[in-house]
Design a protein around this ligand. Structure first.
Ligand code: 5CA
Ligand code: ZN
Length: 409
């Protein structure tokens, strides 16, 4: 699949800083020291509806991860998937009388447009579940050979007990795991499973549903977790730097994915850090496609909202906190964007080196974007109060905001 065009990232004076980021698996911050090419996998959308502010907030967090790394003169190998066949997509297509492939294509196209407008850096590999099937089948076959998978009425399940490290991503107790498994695509109540938490690796073809040749597995379609494992291992290999997504993916998705990969390779862990963004809510409830309480990026754009203001609205919240989207959040961002634009259009200002360092320090410290905004605000205020004599400062501010925050002034 093709991704979307990259906006240019200006180089900044001085030295970038290594990223220290909260790792869900250890429950503590970890300072990542990737090689010359940092490796990032972020779970992509299930394309049955348009990009809402919750998605945008999650992708915003991982865009910042890349920008911090790029500022250290590293390259970033970024991979993202598209879950372009799964139950929710098929159900929505059925409900709306649409062809499921057409629905997936249409929503993926809109996602690309939203990401481009928001200046989110594109993945180097953008891979659909359907195109990954030839790589998924051998992994499921291998798990079976290893005794880590079993058949149930033609479907193939992964046995969580085959991984001694199972549970080490999300650290939940059995009751919580069971509850979340039922809520998030699992089937803990299906009779005949070895462990209620065991997730499906391969679903045998169902009447009226799409299916593919699965070799010794028979016709069917892939489970959700193995999709991301196959794509991540194919393009990044084991031990990549960050696996990311919203906090709703910690269990079961990232936990199960880690287990699949660890049993397959005998290595541990799959990712050096598991990074999770908080949930964005509207009217007190998590924004979700299934609930329908959504504010769409594309809708705001159609209403004439500047994507740079949307970006600033996202940055105004720490990525790990759960927060509420309100009209006030957007109004504040629009006002900040106006202030910043007015400031950088003046011919000079106070020296900006401290501001650059403050933005760098804030982002390198667990992506503290609100603090980065405050640092830029302080420069803008100083300029407003006392003017300045440095003719290069407005340009430096503009480039910093572009390179580190993805906002074009
Ligand atoms: N295709 C899978 C991942 S492999 C999936 O979860 N797709 S999704 O479309 O449901 O979500 C895409 C990303 O947005 C995920 O990282 C998810 O955690 C995140 N996300 C979904 N809803 C919210 C929300 N309300 N707030 C923040 N992030 C969200
Ligand atoms: Zn995923």
């Amino acid at each position: 699949m093709h991704a979307w065009p990259a906006s240019e990232v200006p180089a900044l004076p001085g030295q970038g800083r290594d990223l220290r980021i909260h790792d869900t698996a250890t429950g503590a911050p970890v300072t990542l020291q990737p090689g010359p090419v940092a490796r990032l996998y972020v779970c992509g959308i299930t394309p049955y509806d348009a990009t809402h502010m919750g998605h945008a907030a999650t992708y915003n967090a991982f865009d910042l991860v890349q920008r911090v790394w790029l500022d250290t003169k590293r390259q970033v190998h970024y991979v993202q998937n598209v879950t372009d066949v799964d139950d929710p997509l098929l159900e929505r297509a059925e409900r709306d009388g649409l062809d499921w492939t057409a629905l997936a294509e249409q929503e993926t196209k809109l996602f690309r447009e939203d990401m481009t407008a928001l200046r989110m850096l594109p993945p180097r590999h953008y891979i659909g579940a359907v195109e990954a099937i030839p790589g998924i089948v051998p992994l499921v076959e291998r798990l079976r050979e290893l005794g880590a998978a079993y058949d149930l009425e033609g479907d193939v399940y992964f046995s969580v007990e085959s991984d001694p490290h199972f549970g080490e991503v999300s650290h939940l107790d059995a009751a919580a795991m069971r509850l979340l498994s039922a809520e998030r695509g699992g089937d803990p109540d299906r009779p005949g499973k070895k462990n209620p938490l065991d997730p499906m690796l391969w679903m045998a073809a169902r009447e009226g549903e799409p299916s593919w040749d699965g070799g010794s597995l028979g016709r069917g379609r892939p489970g959700w977790h193995i999709e991301c494992v196959a794509i991540a291992l194919d393009h990044l290999g084991m031990g990549f730097d960050v696996q990311g997504g919203g906090s709703d993916l910690a269990f079961p998705h990232h936990e199960m994915g880690a287990s699949h990969a660890q049993v397959l390779t005998g290595e541990f862990p799959m990712a050096k850090a598991y990074v999770h963004a908080g949930m964005v809510a509207l009217d007190g409830e998590k924004m979700s496609k299934s609930k329908g309480n959504l504010v769409f990026v594309s809708r705001l754009r159609r209403d004439g909202v500047d994507p740079a203001a949307i970006r600033l609205a996202l940055h105004a919240h720490h990525y790990r906190s759960d927060w509420e989207w309100t009209d006030q959040v957007l109004r504040d961002a629009v006002a900040r964007l106006e202030r910043w634009r007015a400031a950088v259009s003046r011919p000079d200002g106070p020296a900006a080196e401290d501001m650059v360092e403050a933005v760098r320090a804030a982002l390198a410290d667990d992506l503290n974007a609100p603090e980065a905004l405050a640092a830029v605000d302080r420069w803008v205020t100083r300029q407003g109060e006392a003017g300045g004599t440095d003719g290069s400062a407005p340009g430096v501010v503009s480039r910093t905001v572009d390179a580190l925050l993805g906002v074009a002034l």
